[in-house]
Design a protein around this ligand. Structure first.
Ligand SMILES: Cc1cc2nc3c(=O)[nH]c(=O)nc-3n(C[C@H](O)[C@H](O)[C@H](O)COP(=O)(O)OP(=O)(O)OC[C@H]3O[C@@H](n4cnc5c(N)ncnc54)[C@H](O)[C@@H]3O)c2cc1C
Length: 477
């Protein structure tokens, strides 16, 4: 990194606010994906004004800047593939203001999701999206990826709660957009544009979120099935009833086997599972709804149905579901679970068709694929369990992934329901959004004319996704 740049950055954030230590730089080259690239500098600002000054320096010297939350992203969106500066937001973590009567909260972008909800719960409110990474991910990272999780079917995704935000443009201009009102029809919705922009349009520094009351009661039902298509049919049948569950998690047999092996058999041994949650204000409401879930599950062929309000049992099931991704790496010696086609979305009615097709594609390419996810909103995760040093396995995996994405697009779906595009979905994202690409490129050019914000991602990705891999894979690019 140029000596003049280092001096200018130090003058803005002080000696403790940046690093060029090789070990630190190496660490900030990862997120939770399969990719890695080492940046030249890590900067940790403490205010919007500091972010603005840093961006002015970056623009002057044409240095790439990759914003970073907690680095929990699964598709490489926070990996600085062109080096430069990683702008790490963890020191901007304050909850600034809560206005319960107006139903909003102002937070800094680096505030951790669970910390925000711990504070909101004191007032009986919550911010519902509930990603699996809730203990670690930042609200800014959630906005930048439009994150959600198991409660999206009933409560929506992050975008649905963003009333307004402050962001810093590539040239350092500070922009406040949106409102603190529940309704807003005032022209273009810039705050919405920043949702899902993955650090390519601006650095989000503060966010105003809408508050929602937290339901007082909930109950769960664990439904076991012979196969994953029956589990998929159960989800569509519950919704068609009509009953919108608070959450409904699907796990296939590969996921169940992995979790049972690693976590001491917390789940029944069967072909597929749905963990269904209902919530409401009274016991009568949740008792009525959980009975509907039981009846529907039996009607589509459930082999076991276990309703409960027991907290220990519920924690056992939900912990088991959360541990799928890590447990999969223990399925076969020398193998890892890798996120390639990790986050597709299809219309809920198409879930059974999609999961069947995923299995056929896995068989065709002789790769182990686990399917699980927040299936009541049609969001399906697959993980491939492969030897990550084996070029041939990667190549078969990528072919399988391309076909999985094709199936989802054909079924009227998307390549990513909640994790974002990053690197791993970039080529298929361009296929999915073909008719929008020229508009997307024009927006990027207008907001970031020198192309310094998280360059090379999304619509700018070129070539195979088998480069910048974090694994020592001989022959992979
Ligand atoms: C175990 C596990 C479970 C997960 N479960 C879910 C889930 O259920 N649902 C879900 O949606 N995701 C899930 N994820 C993915 C990930 O946690 C989310 O995408 C999360 O929103 C990322 O937040 P982060 O703070 O870690 O952002 P990062 O990973 O650091 O960054 C993500 C993207 O946002 C950009 N960015 C970050 N902060 C800013 C900012 N202030 N301004 C502008 N751009 C910014 C980055 O440049 C990058 O493009 C999971 C991940 C793991 C490891």
């Amino acid at each position: 990194m140029d000596k003049n740049v280092i001096e200018k950055i130090e003058a803005i954030v002080g000696k403790d606010g940046y690093s060029i230590e090789p070990a630190v730089l190496y660490t900030y080259g990862f997120d939770a994906s399969i990719f890695h690239n080492t940046p030249d500098m890590v900067v940790q600002p403490t205010s919007t004004e500091q972010v603005s000054e840093i961006m002015k320096v970056a623009t002057e010297y044409k240095i790439p800047v990759t914003p970073r939350g907690s680095g929990t992203g699964l598709c490489g969106s926070a990996v600085p593939i062109q080096g430069g500066i990683v702008m790490a937001m963890q020191r901007m973590n304050k909850i600034r203001n809560i206005s319960v009567e107006d139903l909003w909260v102002d937070v800094e972008a680096g505030c951790i999701y669970n910390d925000l909800n711990a504070e909101l719960s004191k007032y009986g409110f919550f911010f519902p999206p509930s990603p699996g990474s809730a203990e670690a991910c930042q609200v800014g990272g959630m906005v930048a990826t439009n994150a959600s999780g198991m409660r999206a079917v009933k409560y929506g995704a992050t975008r649905d709660f963003v009333l307004g935000l402050t962001f810093v443009k590539a040239d350092g201009e500070i922009v406040r957009c949106g409102t603190r009102t529940i309704k807003d029809s005032s022209g273009y919705q810039l705050a919405r544009l920043l949702c899902g922009s993955e650090g390519t349009l601006g650095i989000i520094t503060e966010i105003t979120l809408k508050l929602t009351t937290k339901p007082k009661k909930s109950a769960y039902c664990l439904c076991g099935f012979e196969n994953v298509e029956d589990a998929g049919r159960c989800i569509s049948a519950i919704i068609a009833k009509p009953l919108i569950p608070a959450s409904c998690e699907l796990m296939d047999s590969v996921s169940i086997t992995a979790v049972n092996k690693v976590r001491g058999n917390p789940l029944p041994d069967c072909g597929a599972l749905c963990i269904v949650e209902v919530d409401g204000e009274t016991d009568e409401v949740v008792d009525r709804d959980i009975l509907i879930v039981e009846e529907v599950a039996k009607s589509v062929g459930a082999v076991s149905v276990t309703p409960t309000k027991d907290k220990d049992l519920i924690n056992r099931w939900t912990d088991a579901r959360k541990s799928v991704m890590t447990s999969l790496s223990a399925l076969k010696p020398g193998c890892s679970s890798v996120s390639l086609a990790d986050d597709m979305g299809v219309p809920v009615s198409q879930v059974p068709k999609a999961v069947k097709a995923f299995q056929e594609i896995a068989d065709k390419y002789n790769v182990t694929v686990a399917t699980y996810g927040h299936a009541s909103d049609g969001n399906l995760h697959t993980k491939m369990v492969i030897d990550p040093t084996d070029k041939d396995e990667w190549e078969r995996g990528v072919k399988a992934v391309d076909e999985i994405f094709d199936v989802c697009i054909e079924l009227g779906g998307t390549v990513t329901g909640e994790h974002g595009v990053g690197i791993s979905k970039a080529p298929n994202y361009m296929k999915e959004r073909a008719s929008e690409l020229s508009s997307i490129r024009a927006i990027k050019k207008a907001m970031d004319p020198d192309n310094i914000l998280n360059p090379g991602k999304l619509e700018q990705w070129e070539g195979s996704i088998l480069r910048n891999l974090r694994y020592p894979c001989q022959g992979c690019m």
